[in-house]
Design a protein around this ligand. Structure first.
Ligand SMILES: Cc1cc2nc3c(=O)[nH]c(=O)nc-3n(C[C@H](O)[C@H](O)[C@H](O)COP(=O)(O)OP(=O)(O)OC[C@H]3O[C@@H](n4cnc5c(N)ncnc54)[C@H](O)[C@@H]3O)c2cc1C
Length: 398
């Protein structure tokens, strides 16, 4: 039986930052990941030897300090790859439009002066930005744009969890990826790291033991003094059902959103679209199309469509992708599908996150993930770093 100070379940950005921080604090730490790769939503498809496409997250910012601090400790800041600044356009039916062309200016001018200074707390995106820009503008521009950012219907999402002013790390490019895509960045967080990694190891069961926890992963049993769970909230609920039923009950209240992602590659000269960061779907089968153009390539372009779940089969998705790009389906060189899952957060979940924190106080359990203060990679890293700091305090450190 293996024994660690801390076991972290989940090898996405949350688990990687949590394990990094705790390992650096001197705890013997094991990171356990179900899949045979690290990254979770940082999921890169190597389409050709020199062309990759993101199937999940695509852009990181220099406001993601908690993650950048770990990369700095690994000596990896210099490897970040700058993303070119390109714009998003809307796709309404088959028409490509700029955001400005969709705005109703009179409505904007009559609402903006009344809305400035409104507090975001306790408001959904629809309530806050509808009041600020007008309901018509919200429906035409902001609702589809927020759904594209969050890869799910976003009107009920807490406004205070989307945009916050954050300090930037000037040593890093403002927008960046990794030379081999963001999954490579996740792997860099585990390279030369102060923790062990077990891949292809789904944890099935967590039980309380005298002094900590016992974990079951297939035939293997692991014991730990402290436990970190950095999985999706529904998985966390399942794992904690026996050991912490009060936490599990709250975690079960968070619904999940499925995103059916499909990446396609085309010869660079063929797609009808101008160079762009991506497309925002208006009442379309997809929320967004994310382009590889910000990391240009001489002969290929790549586009990842984030489809709403349950609408189209793979042939239907490929046909829609080809039509959007203005190419024949047989001109698509290659494609790769993936299912992504994210929590579907609503305003009432802000209070739920507070309740979770209240229940966690003094327990040897750490919870990290995209359901505490926002969905972005930076939000996840911040939460993980805060949980590591709580662990340090629990152990009597500074
Ligand atoms: C399509 C899409 C695009 C996005 N784009 C961006 C973007 O451009 N910029 C940005 O900042 N954010 C973006 N995000 C959000 C961001 O990527 C995620 O919120 C974040 O990566 C989640 O990280 P996580 O570690 O909390 O969870 P996850 O990445 O979901 O990781 C959880 C891990 O736990 C593992 N696991 C689950 N169950 C078990 C088990 N029983 N045992 C062991 N391991 C288990 C999973 O396999 C997974 O690896 C995007 C998300 C999606 C889906």
């Amino acid at each position: 039986m293996n024994q660690y100070d801390l076991v972290v379940i989940g090898g996405g950005i949350s688990g990687l930052v949590l394990a990094s921080r705790a390992g650096a604090d001197g705890l013997s730490t094991l990171l356990v990941e179900r899949e045979d790769r690290l990254g979770g939503c940082l999921r890169t498809w190597q389409a050709t030897p020199d062309f990759w496409l993101e199937l999940g997250a695509h852009t990181a910012y220099n406001s993601y300090r908690a993650m950048l601090e770990v990369l700095a400790e690994r000596g990896a800041l210099g490897r970040l790859a700058r993303r070119e600044k390109l714009g998003y356009l809307f796709l309404d039916g088959d028409r490509v439009q700029s955001p400005l062309a969709r705005l109703r200016w009179l409505e904007l001018l009559t609402h903006l002066p009344l809305g400035v200074g409104r507090k975001q707390a306790g408001k959904s995106l629809a309530e806050h930005y509808g009041a600020l820009f007008g309901r018509g503008n919200y429906a035409r521009v902001f609702s589809p744009a927020f759904a594209a950012v969050l890869s799910q219907p976003a009107d009920a999402f807490p406004a205070q969890w989307l945009f916050r002013r954050k300090a930037r790390m000037k040593e890093a490019p403002r927008k960046f990826t990794w030379p081999t895509g963001l999954q490579g960045l996740a792997e860099a967080l585990a390279g030369d790291a102060p923790f062990e990694v077990a891949l292809g190891t789904p944890v099935d069961r967590v039980a309380r033991a005298d002094d900590g926890y016992t974990l079951q992963a297939g035939q293997a049993t692991v014991r730990c003094r402290y436990l970190g769970i950095a999985t999706e909230p529904d998985v966390a609920a399942r794992l904690l059902a026996e050991a912490h039923p009060d936490l599990a009950e709250r975690l079960r209240r968070i619904p999940m959103a499925d995103i059916e992602s499909l990446a396609v590659t085309v010869p660079a000269g063929q797609a009808r679209l101008p160079r762009l960061a991506g497309l925002i779907g208006v009442d379309d089968d997809f929320h967004s199309v994310v382009s590889r153009d910000p990391v240009p390539h001489e002969t290929l372009r790549g586009f990842t469509f984030h489809f709403r779940p349950g609408r189209l089969d793979e042939a239907g998705k490929l046909a829609r992708a080809a039509r959007v790009l203005g190419v024949a389906p047989e001109d698509l060189l290659d494609h790769r599908a993936a299912l992504n899952r994210l929590p579907a957060m609503r305003v009432e979940h802000v209070a739920l996150a507070g309740e979770l924190d209240e229940l966690l106080r003094e327990r040897p359990l750490l919870l990290a993930g995209s359901y505490f203060n926002g969905l972005s990679i930076g939000d996840c890293a911040d939460r993980a770093a805060r949980e590591a700091a709580r662990l340090r305090r629990m152990r009597g450190g500074a």
